[in-house]
Design a protein around this ligand. Structure first.
Ligand code: NAG
Ligand code: NAG
Length: 194
């Protein structure tokens, strides 16, 4: 049995190897320089402010940006929708309107993970695609209690300009459409990075 897995693993490795080597390691030198300097580096503080667009029900011809991908049999009977897993790929903009400047995306999962209250485990990557932070990311992991204001969740890390980011994100629903479930959430990030 173990042998069979080893053979499968080796076969996958051989198929994937050319793909892995094909990815250019453009940032390695810069990352090395950053790492060498790290013991003497001072943290930089940063504030970011933007809006997340959760589209549960999209207009005809468009796709939603939040989709339920799994749930348990009991979820349908749960008052808190315990067990639902949603995958998101939301638009991130500088202002509350969908037509305001796009700064990136929010990719990740929301999991309904409480049987007593409506609360979510959120694991999100904020991916910046504009301006000087283009290509940088921030990773967020935490709990969102759906009905509370100033929902706070931890920023645990980042890449590119935001290496070793640590801080907090504070989220508030800016507007919500009860008919579609679509929401615009205002997010304020405060964090240190190196
Ligand atoms: C879930 O529901 C399906 C369809 O009713 C049933 O076939 C399956 O056995 C159920 N699974 C569990 C774990 O109860
Ligand atoms: C962001 O970076 C990507 C990849 O390097 C590039 O294709 C894109 O044009 C950049 N976008 C902006 C707005 O600079």
């Amino acid at each position: 049995m173990a042998m069979r897995f080893l053979v499968i693993f080796l076969a996958i490795s051989m198929i994937m190897a050319p793909l892995i080597h094909a990815i250019p390691d453009q940032t390695d030198e810069a990352a090395d320089k950053w790492f060498k300097n790290l013991p003497n580096a001072k943290p930089k503080s940063k504030k970011l402010h933007f809006f997340i667009h959760d589209v549960a029900k999209a207009p005809t011809g468009q796709y939603p940006s939040i989709v339920p991908v799994a749930q348990a049999n009991m979820t349908a009977h749960s008052p808190t929708q315990f067990g639902v897993v949603n995958v998101v790929d939301d638009l991130l903009t500088s202002g509350p309107s969908t037509s305001s400047k796009q700064v990136g995306y929010v990719e990740g999962v929301y999991v309904s993970s409480s049987q007593k209250t409506v609360s979510l485990l959120v694991a999100l990557n904020f991916v910046f695609t504009e301006g000087k932070h283009n290509g940088s990311t921030l990773s967020v992991l935490g709990r969102i209690a759906e009905f509370s204001a100033n929902r706070e969740f931890p920023i645990l890390g980042g890449s590119g300009d935001f290496k070793m980011a640590q801080g907090i994100a504070v989220a508030n629903v800016h507007s919500a459409d009860p008919k579609t479930g679509n929401r615009i959430v205002e997010c304020k990030f405060r964090f240190l990075h190196y």
